[in-house]
Design a protein. Structure first.
Length: 434
């Protein structure tokens, strides 16, 4: 008998790197899962001329395979959350989900900084998707718990020396009459890219709809996700998760793993003194369930939890992987505008207290190098490894002249760069099971 059999969960962005394994995990835990996605991530692969290192199937084939392997059905709706408002309200009103997990945003900082077009697309897509979701929950008249994937990057990556708290900061304000008033405020946000900026703005949308309409929200401020496979995506190669390694979407640890496996130098930006927070993909999916199973009470303010398990300095990561694999480390010019060196201390008690048992880097590293990066190394295109998105406009223009990207030709921020490939979207979706 499945414990969660009656609970319907919508997974927005369920075809993506975090969304797909989460959809499978929740399905296996007994929730009735429906994926909502517009497949923009697959279209962006086309725009960038990139394929993931791992050979991912169409969403239809993925869902079909899941049914064959487990007898479990996953529903599917193709919607653009930033535009398709009425169908979204209908879907929520019809399914009355216990929770909606919101992964559906443009999530790469380098991509968001490539050009004004990419900045405008990222802002338009992400803010509209989040606002539409919240407005739709209100319009549908449901008491659904919204679980959002935020980012550690909303805090910036530093503090006054204390651990970064989980969302709220205790402050004391001196009044003119000499009294001092204590308050908790949202931790001052300090985003480093346009992408991170949209996550900061999401926080205000959540606070507003929570205050005004009583929408129950959990915002999970997640660190950099590493690894590829979970127990569920490993069941059959047709279920494999995507592994991004290119200069825009590849995240640092997965890039280093792939670089080690393909004999490429490990591309440390600047001095590698940047310290960041990390979490394994298996822990991501577990955290989502922990959040779903412990919703905030009616009337409770937005609950913010830091979803990370360890912090590392980039050059230490490179050394760890170089020592394990024999790879060489290259210190390259940093294309980003970020602090060269930072310390990072983070509170993460909430999810650990709910039952998270972290997977630490030392446990999974070699397995990732050999079983994923090594196995699919032949699919790597080395030309796609360098990061060519510069935070500084002039350098970006110089770079885009060489590549034919980044120049605005249309007066719309909606998704102009995607239009050229939209016609092929149907092929990417393939047959569907629902
Ligand atoms: P991803 O790009 O692989 O997946 C996002 C999915 O959302 C894609 O399938 C995409 O097609 C879909 N999507 C985007 N815009 C949409 C729209 N308007 N309508 C419908 N679907 C849309 O990204 P990911 O790595 O799985 O990240 C998921 C979420 O987790 C993001 O919000 C990201 O900010 C957050 N996050 C990711 C990481 C990480 O390291 N990957 C770390 C912290 C937080
Ligand atoms: N870096 C290198 N070499 C590389 C790639 C990156 O040194 O080849 C450095 C970057 O300069 C940066 C750090 O590694 O200092 C992290 O970069 P990243 O691309 O791994 O991570 P980031 O851009 O911060 O974004 C990723 C996800 C994003 C998520 C965020 C969580 O793409 O969706 O929100 O991690 S966090 O970093 O905690 O804000």
């Amino acid at each position: 008998m499945r414990q969660n059999g009656n609970a319907r969960i919508l997974v927005l962005g369920g075809d993506g790197f975090c969304g797909w394994p989460t959809a499978l995990y929740l399905s296996r835990q007994g929730y009735a899962v429906t994926i909502v996605d517009n497949f923009s991530r697959r279209l962006i692969d086309e725009e960038l001329g990139v394929e993931p290192l791992t050979p991912i199937e169409s969403i239809g084939q993925r869902i079909q395979c899941w049914w064959e392997m487990t007898g479990l059905n996953i529903g599917l709706h193709r919607l653009d959350l930033a535009c398709d408002y009425d169908p979204l309200v209908e879907l929520i009103a019809e399914t009355r989900p216990a929770a909606i997990v919101h992964f559906a945003e443009q999530r790469a900082a380098p991509y968001s900084m490539k050009s004004s077009r990419h900045k405008r697309y990222t802002v338009s897509n992400n803010i509209n998707a989040t606002n539409n979701l919240l407005a739709a929950v209100v319009d549908a008249g449901v008491d659904t718990h919204v679980v959002h994937l935020g980012t550690m990057g909303v805090y910036g990556y530093g503090s006054a020396g204390m651990k970064i708290p989980e969302g709220y900061l205790d402050v004391e304000i001196p009044l003119e009459n000499g009294q001092r008033v204590s308050q908790q405020i949202l931790y001052p946000t300090n985003p480093g890219s346009i992408y991170h900026l949209t996550k900061s703005q999401d926080q205000l949308l959540f606070a507003y709809y929570n205050k005004n309409d009583g929408v129950r929200v959990t915002d999970l401020h997640q660190g950099i996700v590493w690894g590829t496979q979970t127990a569920e995506t490993s069941l059959d190669e047709r279920l494999i998760n995507r592994f991004d390694y290119d200069g825009d979407y590849g995240t640092v640890l997965n890039r280093f793993l792939m670089q080690a496996a393909t004999g490429h130098e490990l591309t440390v930006h600047g001095t590698g003194g940047q310290t960041r927070a990390f979490i394994h993909i298996s822990d991501t999916v577990r955290c989502i369930q922990l959040a779903i199973d412990s919703p905030p009470a009616a009337g409770e303010r937005v609950r913010i939890m830091n979803q990370m398990t360890e912090t590392h300095r980039v050059r230490d990561l490179a050394k760890m992987i170089a020592d394990a694999s024999g790879a060489k480390v290259a210190f390259v010019d940093n294309p980003r505008n970020e602090a060269a060196e930072n310390e990072l201390f983070v509170e993460n008690d909430s999810l650990c207290n709910l039952g998270l048992k972290p997977t630490f880097l030392a446990q999974g590293l070699m397995e990732e190098i050999s079983e994923v990066a090594g196995k699919y190394a032949h699919r790597c295109n080395p030309d796609l490894i360098p990061c060519r998105s510069y935070w500084c406009a002039r350098k970006n223009q110089e770079s885009s002249l060489g590549e034919g990207i980044g120049i605005d030709t249309e007066d719309s921020a909606e998704a102009p760069h995607l239009r050229q490939v939209l016609g092929r979207a149907q092929n990417l979706i393939g047959p569907t099971s629902s």
